[in-house]
Ligand binder design. Structure first.
Ligand SMILES: Cc1ncc(COP(=O)(O)O)c(C=O)c1O
Length: 413
């Protein structure tokens, strides 16, 4: 096995068609698509009997540890179209001290901060851009809370596709800078991500941009799906009891749910599913409100605010898919306060040496809250998603200083 076998060896591909996630009508593969005729997300469908023959446990065991090991369950057909920056499998990190503190339930963090551009957005965008390359798209546009735009810029630049990106004006500085440095044209907009999305929609209509918004193109979800494929394989094809996922547009949650169905269809896992928990912030919790109201869709959340900018998404085009996965899995949606996010971030860093991003910290806050209200038990094996490197966010200043020219009181340092 060579390190780049997944990127150089042609493998059979099994995409059969695309399907409207709401109505089930079919669309041909290998053509440029955004939403279905009904304005709903399109899902990629595969000949799963064929995948079952080709992508066995034994075949997987021979392949390098990156997301391209699952090629038969991915849409990119030719190695020439893969635009890679090294999408390494992300580690599972056990929080042993905090497990003990909370009564012994295993707490596992999937640390997505190790991916290119420092977030799990790389999974979705490497797929969307590789497919854009395959389909001859020349100019991609996107509204972003930061991390998605950074990943789009990186991959698109790598294969010569032009990108125009819009983010809310208070997007973390590091995100805006990395987007620009990685070759995109980025604008700060005085509004939220859905306001940015409207600009992209108008640019699509008037200037012919390709709209790369969450779930408005079919392939980001296929990339995010690899989180589910990967965690299943890493746990020996045994899924955890509960997954806590910081939910904005929800691509990862929807993608993992799709991954588990496909893995069962090809015989790699059984019928057991984790309970899927959509974690949101109290200042922006449209899914929690809709979950509790028992509705299929989640109306826009007005005056959205939270320190966890990645999950500040007032309205999601895939709302019904998020809510469907949460309900089918017997999971739930939960909102946490900004104060509990900050406390969680500090606790995990101090106790376990793991610096989470605020969105990742929200999942630990949600776990604590769910243990306390009984929705999760201390027998449950839970997985928390840390979706980005904590280093991408503003960190608290340290004021302690030492004057090396004065005597140092070592005993009291
Ligand atoms: C760090 C982080 N966590 C979570 C999310 C939400 O992801 P999703 O759109 O899959 O719900 C984002 C999206 O921007 C993010 O950047």
């Amino acid at each position: 096995m060579r390190d780049n076998d997944n990127l150089t060896i042609e493998r059979p591909t099994f995409v059969s068609h695309l399907e409207c996630a709401m109505h089930g009508d079919h669309y041909p593969a290998d053509q440029v698509h955004n939403l279905s005729k009904a304005g709903k997300p399109l899902l990629v469908r595969y000949d799963l009997a064929g995948v079952k023959q080709a992508m066995t446990r034994e075949a997987l065991a021979q392949r390098p540890p990156d997301l391209w090991r699952y090629r038969e369950l991915l849409p990119v057909r030719r190695v020439a179209d893969i635009v890679s920056l090294g999408e390494a499998m992300t580690p599972l990190i056990r929080l042993a001290k905090l497990s003990r503190k909370h009564g012994g339930g295993e707490i596992i963090v999937k640390d997505e901060g190790r991916l290119p551009t420092g977030s799990f957005k790389a999974r979705g965008l490497v797929m969307a851009v590789s497919m854009a390359k395959a389909l001859g798209i020349r100019h991609m546009a996107m509204p972003t809370n930061g991390n998605a735009g950074a990943a789009l810029a990186a991959y698109a630049t790598r294969c010569g596709i032009r990108t125009t990106i819009f983010c809310p004006e208070d997007t973390p500085e590091v995100n805006v800078s990395e987007i620009e440095l990685q070759g995109a044209t980025v604008y700060r907009v005085n509004g939220l991500i859905d306001d940015c999305g409207k600009i992209v929609g108008e640019g699509k209509a008037t200037a012919g941009w390709f709209d790369t918004s969450t779930l408005k193109e079919p392939y980001r979800i296929e990339g995010k799906k690899t989180m589910g494929l990967e965690l299943a394989e890493q746990l020996g094809w045994e899924l955890p009891d509960v997954i806590f996922y910081p939910t904005g547009g929800g691509t990862g949650l929807i993608g993992m749910w799709k991954a588990f169905a496909e893995l069962e269809a090809i015989g790699l896992i059984g019928a057991k599913r984790p309970r899927m928990v959509a974690v949101q912030a109290e200042g922006c919790a449209p899914m929690v409100r809709a979950f509790e109201a028992g509705t299929e869709h989640a109306p826009r959340w007005e005056d959205a605010h939270t320190i966890a900018s990645g999950i500040r998404v007032p309205q999601a085009v895939g709302d019904f898919l998020i809510l469907r996965a949460v309900r089918e899995s017997l999971g739930f949606a939960i909102a946490v306060s900004d104060a509990s996010i900050t406390a969680a971030l500090h606790e995990v860093a101090r106790e376990e040496g793991l610096l989470l991003c605020p969105e990742g910290a929200a999942t630990y806050a949600a776990y604590q809250q769910s243990l306390a209200d009984g929705r999760v038990t201390k027998q449950d094996r839970v997985m928390l998603f840390n979706c980005a490197s904590g280093l991408k966010y503003p960190l608290p200043p340290v004021t302690r200083a030492l004057d090396r020219h004065k005597p140092i009181d070592y005993a009291n340092l």
